[in-house]
Ligand binder design. Sequence first.
Ligand code: HEM
Length: 307
Amino acid sequence: MTTPQPGIFIEGSGHHHYLEYTVAPDGDMDDLNAVLTELSALCTHAPPAAHVVLAFGPKMWTRLSPAAKSVGLRPFEAIDGVDGHVVPSTQRDIFVWIHGDRLDDVFDAAMTVQRTLKPVASLAFDDRGFIYHDARDLTGFIDGSANPKADAARDAALIPEGQIGAGGAFVLTQQWVHDLDSWGALPQTEQERIIGRTKPDSIELKGDAMPPDSHVSRTDVSEDGVPLKIYRRSAPFGSAGRHGLYFLAFSCDLHRFDVQLRRMFGIAGDGEHDRLIGFSQAVSSSYWFAPSLEDLGEIFRNTVKNT
Ligand code: HEM
């Protein structure tokens, strides 16, 4: 049995910190490995005041892992959607997600990560997330109602046992900046038709009441009778002037993300798109791989031996 990074599945943290780094392609591998060995130890601390999840972009994973660990990770490709809706690719090399109950503990952990990585990597994205009321997105809707739970969450998020990269997860991160003025100008019933759920209590709209271009209709999708579930851990971010959702999700394959995004952005070939994209703009997007603790241990133990 493989062990996923525990922080992926620990829910309920009130404070989140997201760090994305780029690494120079000609950076010294021994230095990088020594730093990442230190960092990967943070993912296993038990019980930590702050949980740390470590993931790698495609170039970084190829450099770090033996060919036998090639899991099929690829860079996020920019999306050219309907009506001029675009999603840029801001693919980076190292992603660190820190979360916990206390802002000070999460901040201390973020500073430790930054001090550790600074000699070998450039900080390209640095933002904090928070829980808004009863786990609502800033649109006012509860986010996570249809998220799979317990074993179903692991099935959705992790590469199954016996496959290359087992216990690891593909990750999609996207920062979405909301236009809350336009959103707030809509009557609640219209907002509900855009999300596909009621606002106060997150009841899914049924039958004819559920529009085909609602967010739920575009993302609740099956192929050959198999639901393409993902495990979402997004949180609101921002200030009074600029704010939105840091979308963060784990999946056992990249295809699920691709399908949902194509359906949201109106390039799935069925003539529909997600009305939600008219009220929020994705300004960053990367694909990552969060290896199991065994794979992290193997890579960095070998490194320590070799240096
Ligand atoms: C502005 C960005 C987004 C916002 C505000 C948002 C918000 C929401 C809300 C309020 C729900 C309904 C409650 C729930 O089940 O969690 C939901 C469901 C969902 N969202 Fe998003 N979401 C965003 C982006 C995305 C993206 C980029 C994806 C996929 C790549 C995605 C995938 C899903 C899925 C799979 C569901 C559950 C559908 C179901 O099975 O009922 N969302 N989202």
